[in-house]
Design a binder for this molecule. Structure first.
Ligand SMILES: O=C(O)CCC(=O)C(=O)O
Ligand SMILES: [Fe+2]
Length: 311
């Protein structure tokens, strides 16, 4: 099967950009690849695909939702949510999906005005000694900040995933406290267990980039995978255990949290498209640091908070 190519306009002169890290991970599946057909449909830019079938949880009449907290909320939780930049826990609403037991979407959990804080963290995490897609090429964003906008594609934190062996090493440095707290707070609030995050992968999506179909199966614990989206809106494809099943397309917006747990932990998923041409999300110009608002106005970042090792 052909290798999937991710097209990026004005391709920077560094590898790791024209292709995403999962580009060939769905090629081994035999038989009809219904997933890839849908992925290609939404990835195509000219003519623009019909996005009317992409599910918007807030307006879909078919989806069930509930408030996360129906009883009194402990003060520590309220304070922690505030510290992490989230909306008040009494407003947290979780959506679930038919045939997707263990998949949860909590829209707009991060306050919009706090996107900037988290974007700055996402750039800070890309500094050495943390590993990024640039590390292998002897480059880093500290010595060349111009790489932030288009060349930076991923950063691994904590127990750092190795894309070549597709394995995690036994241990790593602890993840930054705010990521640990975020993962733990969400898992605990949804009653999915006392998660102790020890790894995070950040995916940076420059304009017109994508993430090919893949499964996250190298973690050694059953903890949920907690993802937070920042910046431009994406189409997220949620599939099944096999690529022969067609995925459902969902909008993922700035501040949304998506959680994969239980039987949903090992399903195929992908991001075929992002960006203002797909569905524009506007951020006010940051006068002090225009690069930050420029980034949010054309790119996307996703943090996946994980627990690799069991307790
Ligand atoms: O960008 C996303 O929403 C998904 C990221 C993802 O699937 C991953 O990091 O494994
Ligand atoms: Fe993934």
């Amino acid at each position: 099967m052909m290798k999937e190519q991710v097209e990026v306009e004005e391709e920077p002169k560094i590898m790791g950009v024209s292709e995403d890290q999962y580009a060939d991970s769905s090629d081994s599946d035999d038989g009809v690849n219904e997933f890839k057909a849908v992925f290609k449909k939404y990835k195509k830019r000219r003519p623009a695909p019909d996005f009317s079938g992409v599910i918007d949880v807030k307006t879909s009449p078919l989806l069930q939702s509930r408030l996360v907290f129906t009883e009194e909320i402990p003060t520590e939780k309220i304070d922690l949510a505030e510290k992490l930049g989230l909306i008040h826990p009494s407003e947290w609403r979780v959506y679930s999906f038919p045939d997707r037991v263990g998949l949860y979407l909590l829209p707009g959990l991060l306050k919009k005005e706090n996107a900037t804080v988290w974007l700055k963290r996402a750039f800070k995490y890309a500094n050495p000694p943390n590993i990024t897609n640039l590390t292998l090429h002897g480059k880093d964003v500290q010595s060349d900040p111009s790489l932030l906008q288009k060349a930076l594609r991923w950063t691994t934190l904590g127990v750092e995933y190795d894309w070549n062996t597709k394995q995690y090493p036994p241990n790593g440095r602890p993840v930054p406290e705010e990521l640990y707290q975020l993962g733990n707070l969400i898992s605990n609030s949804l009653k999915l267990g006392d998660m102790r995050p020890d790894a995070t992968i950040l995916n940076y999506y420059p304009p017109k980039s994508a993430l090919s179909p893949h499964v996250d199966k190298s973690e050694r614990s059953n903890a949920p995978l907690i993802s937070m989206s920042l910046g431009q809106t994406a189409v997220y494809l949620s599939g099944a255990l096999s690529l022969s099943e067609p995925p459902i397309p969902l909008w993922l917006r700035n501040g949304d949290f998506l959680i994969m747990h239980g039987e949903q932990r090992l399903v195929y998923h992908a991001i075929p498209c992002i960006g203002p041409a797909v569905k524009r999300e506007h951020f006010e110009r940051d006068e002090e640091d225009p690069m930050i608002s420029d980034y949010l106005n054309c790119s996307r970042i996703n943090f996946t908070i994980r627990q690799v090792n069991p307790f």
